[in-house]
Design a protein around this ligand. Structure first.
Ligand code: M6R
Length: 360
C-alpha cells in the first residue's frame, strides 16, 4: 500500500534512496574502479562497434541520458523513439548492440523495435525492472534495474535506477570496446555509491513545494538544460504535463533562441538545469529568457553563479556532472507532484494514460 503517503507517486519519489541502493548493490567496486554486472563479464561486448537505444517516454529520456554518457567515453551511440524506429530504419548488423530501455518490459512500441532489430541480426540487450517480462524473455542480455514495483503511472524511481544502471553499463561497454573508460569524472563510482545519501538530502528540501505553489497561475512551464541536463529538461516537462495537465515543454537550452524564445513571457517560468558542463552557456540562455521577463528558477548547487540572476533556486549538491542531472530531476519530480497536488489532479492515474502501453 501507500503507507503514510497520500499517493504512490510521492511514496515512490521518496523510495529512491532505497531503490538506488538496491540497484547498485554488489555492482561496483570503487577501490578497483570496476563494475560488476552479473551476466556481463569483462570482454562480453568486445565484438560490438555501435550501440542503438530504443525506448519511449520517460525510458527514452533515461536512454538519452545513457547515450550522452556513452558518447563522452568514446562509444558510438544513437537514440531512437521506439515508435519511430521502424520508419527511420537505421542499419544494424551482428556488431550492433540495441539497448531497449523499458521499465515494464511490456511496451508494444519497444517490443516492436526489438523484433525489428533482431531480424536485422543485431544483439539485443534490455534494461528493465521486470524479471520475466516480454522484453526480458526476448532479449539476448538482460540488465535488471532492481527498483522495486512502481505503481504510479508517472515513472519516478525507475527513471533514476535506469539512468544509474546505464552509467554502469557505459563503463562496462567503454572498458570492452574502447579500452580506457572515462564515463564521468575520476570519482564517478564513488559518487554513485554516495548517491542514495545525496538523494536523501534533496528529498528533505521543501523548496519545490513552495515554488510549485507560487507559479501555479502561469501559462506554460519551460525546462532547459544542456548535455546531461537536456534529457532531464525533457523529463521535467513530461512529468509536469502528465500529472498537472498544464502546458510544459523541455528544450535544449541552446535551442531556445532558434524559436521557442518567441513563447517566453513573464507568464512562463523557465526552470534551468545546471549540471556543471558548460554551465556558462546555459546561464546565457537563461538570461535571454530573464530579459524577456520570464521568472528563472535555477536548479543548481549553492553559490552557483546562476543564483545571482535567478528568481528562484532549487538546490542540489555539488557533485560530478555525470550525476548532477539525476539530483536536479528529483527536485523536478517534487515540483510536478506538488503542483499537481495543489491543482487536485488524480496524481497516480492521470487521465487518458496507462502504466504500460501495450498497443502500438
Ligand atoms: O514501461 P516502459 O518504460 O517501456 O514505459 C514507457 C513509457 O510509456 C513510460 O516511461 C511513460 O512515459 C511514463 N509512465 C511517464 O511517466
Amino acid at each position: 500500500g501507500k503507507g503514510e503517503y497520500p499517493h504512490f507517486m510521492l511514496k515512490e519519489i521518496h523510495e529512491q534512496p532505497t531503490s538506488l541502493a538496491q540497484a547498485i548493490e554488489g555492482r561496483l567496486d570503487v577501490e578497483r574502479d570496476e563494475v560488476y554486472l552479473g551476466s556481463f563479464p569483462p570482454g562480453r561486448f568486445e565484438d560490438i562497434d555501435r550501440i542503438q537505444f530504443v525506448a519511449c517516454g520517460t525510458s527514452y529520456h533515461a536512454a538519452l541520458y545513457g547515450s550522452i554518457a556513452m558518447n563522452r567515453s568514446g562509444l558510438q551511440t544513437s537514440v531512437h523513439l521506439a515508435n519511430e524506429y521502424s520508419v527511420c530504419a537505421p542499419p544494424v548488423d551482428e556488431r550492433t548492440l540495441v539497448i531497449a530501455v523499458t521499465q515494464s518490459g511490456e511496451t508494444a512500441d519497444t517490443l516492436g523495435a526489438m523484433r525489428r532489430a533482431a531480424a536485422g541480426g543485431a544483439r539485443i540487450l534490455t534494461v528493465t525492472n521486470v524479471i520475466g517480462s516480454t522484453a526480458a524473455r526476448n532479449a539476448d542480455d538482460v540488465l535488471l534495474i532492481r527498483a522495486g514495483p512502481e505503481i504510479g503511472v508517472a515513472a519516478t524511481k525507475t527513471f533514476s535506477a535506469q539512468a544509474v544502471m546505464l552509467l554502469l553499463l557505459a563503463q562496462r561497454l567503454a572498458d570492452d570496446i574502447v579500452g580506457e573508460a572515462a564515463v564521468g569524472g575520476d570519482s564517478m563510482l564513488a559518487d554513485i555509491r554516495a548517491l542514495p545519501e545525496r538523494f536523501e538530502g534533496v528529498l528533505e528540501d521543501g523548496t519545490a513545494k513552495t515554488l510549485a505553489e507560487s507559479y501555479l497561475e502561469s501559462q506554460s512551464f519551460f525546462f532547459i538544460g544542456r548535455g546531461l541536463g537536456y534529457p532531464v529538461a525533457l523529463e521535467g516537462a513530461l512529468k509536469f504535463k502528465e500529472i498537472t495537465y498544464e502546458h510544459a515543454e523541455g528544450f535544449a537550452s541552446g535551442e531556445l533562441k532558434h524559436g521557442p524564445l518567441a513563447l517566453v513571457t513573464p507568464d512562463t517560468p523557465v526552470f534551468a538545469i545546471f549540471t556543471g558542463q558548460e554551465d556558462e552557456k546555459v546561464l546565457a540562455n537563461a538570461e535571454e529568457a530573464h530579459t524577456r521577463g520570464a521568472p528563472v528558477i535555477a536548479v543548481c548547487h549553492e553559490g552557483h553563479p546562476a543564483t545571482d540572476i535567478a528568481d528562484g533556486h532549487l538546490e542540489i549538491p555539488d557533485v560530478d556532472s555525470s550525476l548532477a542531472g539525476l539530483l536536479a530531476n528529483v527536485q523536478l519530480q517534487l515540483l510536478s507532484y506538488h503542483a499537481a497536488d495543489r491543482l487536485g489532479r488524480p496524481i497516480d492515474k492521470p487521465r487518458n494514460l496507462a502504466k504500460s502501453v501495450t498497443v502500438e
